[in-house]
Design a protein around this ligand. Sequence first.
Ligand SMILES: [Zn+2]
Length: 318
Amino acid sequence: MAAVSFSHQVKNELARIMPPKNCCCLAEFSALLRAGGTLRISAGQPPSFYVTTDNAAVARLVFRLGKSVHSWPPELLVQRQERLQKQNRYQVWLTLPDFRDPILQQLGIIKGRRVYEGIRRSLIRRQCCQRAYLRGIFLGCGSITNPETAYHLELVLSSEGYAQEVIGLLNRVGLQARVNLRKEMQVVYLKEAEQIASLLRLIGAHRALLHLEDVRVLKEVRNQVNRLVNCDTANVEKAVSTGLRQAQNISFIADKVGLDWLPASLRQMAVVRLAYPEASLKELGDLMEPKLGKSGVNHRLRRLEEIAEELRRGKGGE
Ligand SMILES: [Zn+2]
């Protein structure tokens, strides 16, 4: 069986939440139908909705919500996929006696005598309902990338007007969503880990939130380790390049005036540095006869560089 995506896991978690209050059930059902459902109106036929999903938990939730907000029990169809490794698809149908059924107005699908593009205000007046509504939208048309790969959560909506209303609702709960056009669909998305975490918290995806926080901590630690390693590498590189520069300066002295011209203490230092341009000060000190401390080595190397500098400027020697 194919690996279950993070999106699928989050939806599994969310679909198991049944809102305790009627106001929230209506809000969540409305959002689910709007974002994930299709309204079918044809002449001579009773109007009906259907929601198609490959997630059994989501199908069950639509069924339960449908039953709780409407007296007609919905009908659940299961379609088996022909291809291997494909999950079943579920369709939940809700057929209404006619177009004037008040549930269509309550759900904000119809306003007056027309299909309504916006979100009915009464559905998202309370905070509890705003959360339920957002959960419904995510279940209907949302997806989230595993945070190990990237921080990305999106809602794919078909109408521009509705996308703007959804962005407005996200704003009201303190989230700044952006929108992109993809194949004539409006993709409302969140990119920052902080914002995604807030949304998960609001809609009650607590396990998903824990996973996100774990990944964030891990990434942070990994970055710190990388920074330390890079910093260490930089120090080593700096030391090596200093050693090479000193060896070059010593070669210059040797070419210009010969190392014998140097006083004995500096001559020995020069020979050792030339032989080991990449050695550390401590290693150089150990190679000296008698051994020399780091500051002594440092002092002599600096003196050698000064001499090279003086020779370059034409002083000393000859
Ligand atoms: Zn509510």
